[in-house]
Design a protein around this ligand. Sequence first.
Ligand SMILES: CC(C)(COP(=O)(O)OP(=O)(O)OC[C@H]1O[C@@H](n2cnc3c(N)ncnc32)[C@H](O)[C@@H]1OP(=O)(O)O)[C@@H](O)C(=O)NCCC(=O)NCCS
Length: 188
Amino acid sequence: MQDHYPKEIMTKDGTPILIRPFAKEDQTKLREFFSRISEDERWFIRDDLSDPEIMDKWMQGSDYSRTIPLIAVKQEDGTILGNVILYMRLSDCVSHVAHLRIVIDPEFRQQRLGTWMLIDAIKLAMDLGLEKLIAEFVGGVDDAAMAAAQRLDFFEKGILPDHFKDQHGRYRDLVIMVKNFHRDWSDF
Ligand SMILES: CC(C)(COP(=O)(O)OP(=O)(O)OC[C@H]1O[C@@H](n2cnc3c(N)ncnc32)[C@H](O)[C@@H]1OP(=O)(O)O)[C@@H](O)C(=O)NCCC(=O)NCCS
């Protein structure tokens, strides 16, 4: 996997960025990245990595055969601007599937960074021999993410009504979107 990285990309406004796997030395910068994400968004992230204790536990429990975290790093100063994580399970019955979670720095949204990271995660998942990617969204909160995923051929496959509660106790749907890989036809 390391052979493919780092990958150099550019945001719409011309900022040079590197996409590469997360390394242990990036912990502090990743924590800083998550602390720039609004509380409303962090509420729905299962592991709040802006919290040092949760970050430590996440690092200790991270099994890189099952979890692949990628980061987008600003070349100029090393600031982390985006994070995408692929989660896989070891059980044979779901070994063809990965779950994906993506977050981009609020200051750098709508710069195509999310698209670049999604394309990279899709490519990586295909290279790993997976057959499908699943992304879970919070209805009414992750609408921008659903739009970005839709553009890359993720299709809505299910909704669990009122699955989540937001900070104010309001119910939110869980929206499940799936991208199937078609090996005989180009996915890009
Ligand atoms: C979703 C997210 C990752 C998109 O990242 P991004 O870098 O802003 O995305 P891009 O600039 O690549 O946008 C790609 C497309 O998504 C759609 N999109 C992005 N932001 C949007 C917004 N605020 N409203 C509507 N559509 C939007 C557009 O179709 C856009 O294409 P365009 O620029 O050609 O119009 C980012 O908004 C984010 O981190 N959101 C919070 C976390 C989240 O919801 N994660 C999902 C859980 S997996």
